[in-house]
Design a protein around this ligand. Structure first.
Ligand SMILES: Cc1cc2nc3c(=O)[nH]c(=O)nc-3n(C[C@H](O)[C@H](O)[C@H](O)COP(=O)(O)O)c2cc1C
Length: 390
């Protein structure tokens, strides 16, 4: 198993701490004018959901997103083999952790051979995931080299065998969904294969498909093509389509719904270190102005809570490196973003995390909205997706 793969990690505690800040469960009711999202028989509510993010959307991140208003979250992708090999008592079981407050939550699978998906999907259902999502999108070289993730967009027959295998393995009320990029590349052949898989997946009973408007070859360079999302939605009519790509602000999410007609938005990089984006989307959907960014005390409380959940999940030793990358993202909401980012980067011991909070979040100043742009250099996609999926 490669570096950073879920099976490589250690530390697992069962108990879960109580939420210390106000839950936003009521937010999940879609306001008038915004169509409520359902995935098959699973009601979601507000159409602004937390995307699958390898290396990020673990149990702590999902719980925080949920408490702050995400009506549905997706676990980071897991390899079919990894899921099947997890044994009772194994530390890797923390990746299958689902708690009551999370529902509905999706588990996502990736692999190469169709026959391996069914058993893994059943394990995810037994673990408590409400939706089983299949990854046909990961663009990482090593993943493609092993015929996983986005590679399946080049072989519709195998992709559809996987869909059929998962659909028949999973109990009927549990929705199966698919995550796809808009193709391997920009060729006509790739486009034809995309639609073959898309239509074939619905024929085989998937409840929804999430489309990321970039190609596999594009990875994270260049824009996500929302015009393609619109075309997909028009092609499918009433079928449920979620859109992905370039959702960095609440307004981006509203714009995607408006411009493409998709049924929901999966917020990815825009939600890392900014779980407030979900309640901000809800406010805009209600026709209200964009709420102020959270104050430094509000941020401190959430960052502290996130750290406590990670500590509970990974143990003190693993928690620091896990949380550093989140701290760097949270720092973008601080008026002195660069200094705070540098402070989080230097954290090596648990006590140092608290020192950063005391030093930089000790006064209740107004926060700032993070820049609504992707990070051009060193986009986390390559790094994190590679670490978990190989
Ligand atoms: C760090 C990182 C990890 C990701 N991991 C996954 C994953 O596990 N499963 C998945 O379907 N997509 C994954 N994606 C893709 C995102 O869900 C999303 O489709 C993509 O980032 C485009 O949205 P954005 O431009 O708004 O970030 C990942 C993206 C990033 C940046």
């Amino acid at each position: 198993m490669a570096r950073g793969c879920p099976a490589d990690t250690d530390g697992w505690l069962q108990s879960s701490s109580a939420p210390r800040f106000r839950r936003m469960a009521a937010m999940s009711l879609a306001p008038p004018g915004t169509k409520s999202l359902s995935i098959g028989a699973v009601p979601v509510g507000l159409p602004f959901v937390q995307a699958a993010l390898s290396g990020y959307s673990d149990w702590p991140m999902r719980v925080i997103a949920r408490r702050l208003g995400a009506p549905y979250t997706l676990c980071e992708v897991m390899l079919d083999k990894f899921v099947v090999d997890v044994t009772r008592g194994s530390k890797a079981r923390r990746y299958l952790k689902v708690t009551d407050e999370e529902h509905p939550v999706g588990g996502q699978l990736m692999g190469a051979e169709p026959e391996r998906f069914g058993p893994a999907a059943k394990i995810l259902v037994d673990a408590g995931f409400d939706v089983i999502d299949i990854n046909f999108g990961c663009p990482v070289k090593k993943v493609l080299g092993r015929c996983r993730g986005g590679f399946h967009l080049s072989q519709p027959d195998v992709a559809l065998e996987i869909v059929a295998a998962v659909r028949s393995a999973v109990p009927e009320p549990i929705p199966v969904t698919v995550k796809m990029r808009r193709g391997i590349d920009d060729s006509q052949e790739s486009r034809a294969k995309f639609f073959q898989i898309l239509d074939g997946a619905f024929e085989r009973g998937v409840a929804a498909v999430t489309v990321h408007g970039r190609t596999v070859m594009q990875r994270y360079v260049g824009p996500s093509r929302w015009d393609f999302l619109r075309e997909v939605k028009q092609h499918l009519g009433e079928r449920t389509i979620l859109g992905s790509g370039d959702l960095f602000s609440p307004q981006n999410c509203l714009d995607m719904l408006d411009e493409t007609g998709v049924d929901g938005c999966t917020v990815a990089r825009g939600a890392i270190g900014n779980p407030w984006i979900f309640s901000q989307c809800a406010a805009l959907a209600r026709g209200e102005p964009l709420p102020d960014p959270p104050s430094l005390f509000e941020q401190r409380e959430v960052i502290h809570e996130h750290y406590a959940l990670a500590d509970e999940t990974y143990g003190a030793k693993r928690c620091c490196p896990m949380m550093r990358k989140f701290g760097i993202k949270y720092s973008r909401l601080h008026p002195q973003a660069v200094e705070v980012r540098d402070a989080f980067v230097k954290v090596r011991q648990p006590g140092q995390w608290q020192e950063v909070l005391d030093r930089w979040y000790g006064e209740d100043l107004p926060g700032v909205h993070p820049p609504a742009e992707p990070e051009i250099a060193g986009t986390p996609g390559g790094v994190a997706c590679e670490s978990s999926n190989s």
